[in-house]
Design a protein around this ligand. Structure first.
Ligand SMILES: *[C@@H]1O[C@H](CO)[C@@H](O)[C@H](O)[C@H]1NC(C)=O
Ligand SMILES: *[C@@H]1O[C@H](CO)[C@@H](O)[C@H](O)[C@H]1NC(C)=O
Ligand SMILES: *[C@@H]1O[C@H](CO)[C@@H](O)[C@H](O)[C@H]1NC(C)=O
Ligand SMILES: *[C@@H]1O[C@H](CO)[C@@H](O)[C@H](O)[C@H]1NC(C)=O
Ligand SMILES: *[C@@H]1O[C@H](CO)[C@@H](O)[C@H](O)[C@H]1NC(C)=O
Ligand SMILES: *[C@@H]1O[C@H](CO)[C@@H](O)[C@H](O)[C@H]1NC(C)=O
Length: 732
């Protein structure tokens, strides 16, 4: 970000964007109840008397030592006009209070229950004490409550569970005691429940294990006791969304619930530092997405299922004196583990221990016993079937209705924005958020393009995402749009920016959610850095090679033409690995908008010359753009900047090479120290880049060939980054 300021051109660009925000905000507020752009949250309607009185009472109970609530003064007109810090209104009623990190003390007034339209309360990271107001739970529209990192006392009010629209409740890191209200999971929408780091006691209510929407459940560091109900995921488990379950550092006992093994989306399980007994359920072996597992410091016994001991190291299992088989220092006493699929591993281990003492007589006795047992079980089974059939006949109609409801409540990946009336669809990815989280996120403009505006949005849980708000009228109609966007959401490659979700607003507004790349674009990385920041040759080569890999994947595996590949459309992650962005966006746009993009790409110096006649981009025009980017990396010059004699970057490079002053084209930085070692690499890369920008499309190589040649130029990098790519691809 600070790099942006160093280049006057970028700074000006930035200011221009700032200036145009004000007009944009006006439009945005008509759509988004929570604003979406920080700072401007008023809706111009005078606040209702009842809400105004409530806010005054709330302020009175808070201790505002830093005077950050000064704007909450007695002129009521200001409350909903955007003047009162942290307040968002719709039609003169408060829908959101957001005052995190404001060093507020005091307590939360019961009068908050007067704010009948309140949907979001975010007061995390303050010094609030006192109880959570009971009236909060009675608010009919409450969606999200973020009160973590305070010093709240008392128990969680029973009323909280009654707000049937509640989506997020984060009360972690307070001083709460009492028990977990059993009706907390009454909401069919609740997806995040975090009560960790408190002093909550009692047992875990069975109802929590039945919620189909619950995705994150954190109860760690409390005083919970008793067994954990073993009824997770109802029947089937597949439609249940649970991903993260952390129960560590409590006093829970009994068995580790085996039914968790039915919920295939689970990624994290932490049971450590409790008093669990029995075996680790074999069902956990088949959890395909499990990336974190910890059962250390319990009282577990038996053999660790081999899949788990292969995937997780001993620190996940230590501190269980009778648990074995997870490392070479914990060998199992008797013969090899897991001879056959056993319904109860505990029985298996016991019988194994006795196995050696058996003689023929015993075996005959056991066989006879087993036969009797089988016959007995068969009788039971028949009887059970008979009873069940009768029961089913009696209850049939009702039961079917229930099943249907459960399925639609969990609704695949779709979540609707309720009042807002929008629709949020998630693809795979690390983020969990609801439409409101997105629309209420603090957003900062990062850039603008023909397709729309890009924001960096910080969600309430601290995660950051990049949000592209597509311009009105440039996108296709909803149906066509959705077909295309779903296909784009499946594209996964380490060098292509992943589309994680999309949002369709009630008035047709469209948001795309991507991974946020902290290092910004390649353009700003190269051209808007201080003189002290040096980008060495291996870094540049890695960038060139990785972009080529991404493009190769797009052309060959996805059959996608990028059409607008520029250094501004290549973003860098923490390790400065490039990710191609704006992939396939042209498919979401009307053809008029696309023609516009082609026109502007030309002005930026990445456009193949033949595109002035052609209407559509193709693989060869992409290769031309790739060649320009490689030239940009080699020369350190921006293709967008006009040169003195009016030629573009490829022409300039070609003219200098022709006059055999080749070393003059390279960025001086590259010539400083590594020149001797990398001279050939630079030259060969330059030749390849010039080949890519050949005026004749048919003379240009394919992406695959470019990659091959780059790998020949720097073979050591081919191996290393190839490995990285495979790893990142696998983990994605
Ligand atoms: C009330 O707050 C507004 C907004 O911060 C400020 O402009 C105004 O001067 C304040 N009025 C009083 C009486 O403090
Ligand atoms: C729950 O809250 C704690 C403390 O605030 C935090 O460390 C943890 O990551 C949260 N859990 C989830 C799943 O977000
Ligand atoms: C763990 O449970 C056992 C009984 O299963 C009990 O005897 C023991 O005191 C418990 N330990 C702790 C630390 O709660
Ligand atoms: C471990 O569990 C057994 C019962 O399974 C119990 O007898 C024993 O006291 C427990 N040990 C500890 C240290 O809690
Ligand atoms: C076990 O793996 C975790 C990460 O999964 C790592 O942080 C830790 O250092 C490893 N511990 C040992 C003893 O190898
Ligand atoms: C498992 O939990 C224990 C105790 O809570 C912790 O010390 C250990 O580092 C954890 N292991 C992993 C792999 O995180």
């Amino acid at each position: 970000m600070n790099q942006l300021g160093k280049n006057p051109f970028h700074y000006m660009h930035f200011m221009l964007e700032r200036i145009s925000i004000s007009r944009w905000v006006f439009v945005a507020l008509l759509f988004f109840a929570c604003g979406f752009v920080s700072g401007e949250k008023g809706d111009g309607v005078v606040i209702t008397q009842s809400d105004f009185q409530a806010l005054k009472a709330i302020k009175q109970d808070l201790i505002d030592s830093k005077g950050l609530l000064k704007s909450w003064n007695s002129t009521s007109n200001g409350a909903c006009s955007g003047e009162w810090v942290g307040i968002t209104c719709v039609k003169g009623e408060v829908v959101s209070i957001a005052l995190p990190w404001k060093r507020l003390g005091g307590k939360i007034s019961e009068k908050i229950g007067q704010l009948q339209s309140l949907r979001r309360l975010s007061l995390h990271d303050n010094f609030l004490t006192g109880p959570i107001p009971n009236s909060l739970g009675l608010l009919p529209n409450l969606r999200a409550v973020y009160l973590f990192n305070n010093q709240l006392l008392g128990s969680i009010p029973l009323s909280i569970g009654q707000s049937s629209g509640l989506q997020t409740l984060d009360l972690s890191n307070n001083k709460l005691n009492g028990t977990i209200p059993p009706n907390l999971s009454n909401s069919t929408r609740i997806y995040r429940l975090n009560l960790s780091f408190n002093s909550i006691s009692g047992s875990i209510p069975g109802s929590l294990t039945q919620s189909p929407s619950l995705t994150l459940l954190s109860l760690q560091y409390n005083n919970l006791s008793g067994p954990v109900p073993d009824s997770w995921g109802g029947n089937g488990g597949k439609v249940y969304k649970l991903q993260i379950l952390t129960l560590d550092h409590n006093k829970l006992n009994g068995f580790i619930p085996a039914t968790l093994g039915n919920i295939s989306g689970i990624t994290q399980l932490d049971f450590s530092q409790n008093n669990f007994t029995g075996d680790i359920p074999n069902s956990f072996s088949s959890l395909p997405n499990l990336t974190y597992f910890n059962v250390s410091y319990n009282n577990l016994s038996g053999i660790v299922p081999s899949r788990l001991s292969e995937k997780f190291n001993s620190s996940s299992f230590v501190g269980n004196f009778q648990l074995c088989g997870y490392s070479s220092s914990s060998p199992c006493p008797s013969s090899p583990p897991q001879i056959s699929p056993s319904p109860s591993p505990e029985v298996l281990t016991n019988s194994q221990r006795k196995h050696r003492k058996l003689n023929t007589k015993d075996i005959i006795l056991i066989a006879a016993g087993a036969l009797l047992l089988v016959l007995f079980l068969l009788c039971c089974f028949l009887l059970f079937c008979l009873i069940r059939r009768r029961a089913k006949k009696a209850k049939n109609g009702k039961k079917e209705g229930q099943v249907e409801k459960a399925v639609s409540a969990s609704g695949g990946e779709v979540e609707s924005g309720g009042e807002v009336g929008g629709k949020l669809v998630h693809f795979d990815g690390p983020f969990v958020f609801a439409a409101d989280d997105l629309l209420c996120a603090t957003a900062e403009i990062m850039g603008k393009s023909t397709y729309g505006t890009i924001y960096k949005a910080t969600l309430e849980d601290g995660n950051q995402v990049a949000v592209k708000r597509l311009r009105e009228k440039v996108a296709k109609g909803q149906k066509e749009f959705e077909t295309e966007v779903v296909a784009l959401g499946k594209i996964r490659h380490p060098n292509v920016l992943a589309l994680r979700a999309y949002y369709l607003g009630p008035k047709g507004e469209k948001l795309l959610v991507f991974d946020y790349m902290p290092n910004g674009s390649l353009a700003s990385f190269l051209h808007a850095r201080g003189p002290e920041t040096i980008v060495n040759w291996p870094t540049r080569m890695n960038i060139a090679m990785s972009i080529t890999r991404g493009l190769c994947y797009l052309h060959n595996d996805e059959n996608i033409i990028h059409g607008n590949l520029t250094s501004s459309n290549v973003l860098l992650d923490e390790q400065k690995n490039p990710k191609i962005s704006d992939v396939g966006l042209s498919r979401l746009m009307t053809s008029a908008a696309n023609a516009n993009v082609i026109a502007t790409a030309g002005t930026q110096g990445y456009r193949a010359p033949e595109l002035s006649k052609l209407k559509n981009a193709n693989t060869k025009t992409d290769i031309y753009s790739l060649g320009v980017i490689i030239l940009e990396l080699l020369t350190g010059k921006s293709p967008g900047e006009p040169t003195t004699d009016g030629v573009d970057l490829p022409q300039w490079v070609a003219s200098i090479v022709k006059e055999e002053w080749t070393n003059e084209v390279f960025d001086v930085e590259l010539m400083r120290d590594d020149a001797f070692n990398s001279g050939d690499e630079l030259l060969n890369t330059l030749k390849l880049a010039l080949h890519c920008v050949d005026p004749s499309p048919s003379a240009r190589p394919e992406a695959q060939q470019v990659l091959q040649q780059l790998e020949e130029i720097k073979p050591e990098m081919a191996a290393v980054s190839g490995d990285d790519g495979a790893k990142a691809g696998g983990g994605d």
